[in-house]
Design a binder for this molecule. Structure first.
Ligand SMILES: [Zn+2]
Length: 435
């Protein structure tokens, strides 16, 4: 509905621009310096002018962002709506749901000993003798079939290389060949679907055709020694419950496998004296922090969702989409009149700003509303983002992320450097690692 209103306003502006004639003087300078091309002459008041400019910039921003799909820069066009062609825009709930419910093409690993841990090499040519350019994980990882042949098919996917994969090519979108006999279609479970956006570091849980709840996550953080920590993007199926496992000094509860060694699990804790020490890793939610797994919040969202809920309620073959944070992608700022909530009487240690009028951080308190535009002014500027209800980031935080992801920059130079030697066979990678 909101979307429609914007388009109506835009067409009125376009229409009035057609008949406004040439602009002169100071107003014209003001107007030409503005990317939207509007002038205040065409509106009644400054307030109206500013509102219209903001609206049209937001529309432009939306339009610009919709060119980013998982197959961005692929070179192959596909007219169908699927994971690969879906704009990475969570606002289009119907399209996201469509994709979550579509069949997925995976590689059949049945003939192998541990099918979910088996990977098949993607070849540069339709032949077993041709060099490998990446790998696909059997059973769980979706592939985009570009050309289906009798013996070999051309596919597209993000290479699912781990430290020990036969070919190393760290989470790069590749196009190459696999044997057609391995391709099979799987219908995903229809009770829910998940989207992980590496740009926003959030999990979006979909039920019954709409975005149902939003949670904070941490995806993988690569470093020069472990470029394989970057969480592999793509379309996957949640399959096996793994339960609890240890990683360094951390304990990771309720893990579900979706891509070989990459699991979805609760934010880990360390033992500190007798307490469970969640603090450090919980504070890192919303930022990259893991070795490749996706850590999910344990606190309840207003809809009553946390990692434990997902673990208990998901069925085998629930689809999970992982969106790549392509350079150029930007987080769109919430509208200024977006309502946030707070408790004026909260103790300083729990003085949070919330996304709705109910929150499990303070379920018995009646919260007061204020506008997102006022978040950086008193008395709201000292409020801390609530760790339960995943409210929007502050403007400065969004700007910082957007600057890193601005077109022409490089938000992950470590990974860029590590990719300079990819694709590479494992044996050669071992030599590099040993040096
Ligand atoms: Zn809250």
């Amino acid at each position: 509905m909101k979307h429609l209103e914007h388009w109506t306003i835009l067409s009125v502006i376009m229409f009035s621009m057609l008949f406004s004639g040439p602009m002169t003087g100071a107003w014209a300078e003001e107007a030409t310096s503005n990317a939207s091309g509007l002038s205040a002459q065409e509106t009644e008041t400054w307030d109206e002018y500013e509102e219209m400019v903001l609206t049209s910039e937001n529309e432009d921003a939306h339009a610009a962002q919709r060119e980013y799909t998982p197959a961005y820069g692929s070179g192959y066009t596909d007219p169908a709506l699927n994971y690969w062609t879906l704009p990475m825009d969570i606002a289009d709930e119907a399209a996201v749901w469509d994709v979550l419910m579509q069949p997925i093409t995976v590689l059949n690993g049945k003939s192998f000993e541990r099918p979910e841990r088996t990977q098949i090499t993607v070849r540069s040519e339709p032949s077993l003798d041709s060099p490998g350019i990446g790998v696909v994980t059997c059973e769980n990882q979706g592939v985009h079939v570009l050309e289906r042949g009798q013996e070999w098919s051309l596919i597209e996917c993000y290479s699912a290389s781990f430290f020990d994969s036969k070919v190393v090519n760290w989470n790069r979108l590749i196009q190459g060949y696999v044997q057609t006999k391995y391709l099979k279609e799987v219908k995903p479970d229809t009770s829910m679907g998940l989207v992980i956006d590496k740009l926003t570091q959030r999990l979006y849980l979909f039920r019954e055709g709409r975005l149902y709840s939003e949670l904070m996550v941490s995806t993988g953080k690569s470093n020069s020694k472990q470029p394989y920590n970057e969480t592999r993007s793509g379309e996957f199926l949640l399959t096996t419950k793994v339960g609890t496992f240890k990683s360094d000094n951390m304990t990771c509860r309720i893990a579900i496998r979706f891509n070989s060694g990459d699991l979805l699990h609760e934010v880990p804790y360390v033992y500190s004296r007798s307490d469970k020490g969640y603090r450090k890793q919980e504070d890192a939610l919303g930022k990259r922090a893991s070795h490749g797994c996706i850590r999910v919040q344990r606190r309840l969202t207003p809809e009553g969702i946390n990692m434990e809920w997902i673990y208990e309620h998901f069925n085998k073959n629930t689809k999970i989409l992982i969106w790549e944070d392509w350079q150029g992608r930007q987080i769109l700022e919430p509208e200024g009149d977006t309502q946030l909530y707070y408790n004026p009487d909260a103790k300083p240690s729990v003085a949070y700003y919330h996304s709705g009028d109910f929150c499990y951080a303070c379920p018995k308190v009646s919260l007061q509303s204020f506008a997102y535009a006022d978040l950086d002014t008193e008395p709201y500027s000292s409020l801390v983002r609530c760790p339960y209800c995943a409210p929007p980031l502050r403007r400065a935080e969004i700007e910082e992320i957007n600057q890193l992801h601005a077109l022409g920059g490089d938000h992950d130079p470590v990974l860029t450097e590590a990719r300079s030697y990819c694709p590479m066979p494992q044996a050669e990678f071992k030599k590099i690692k040993g040096k």
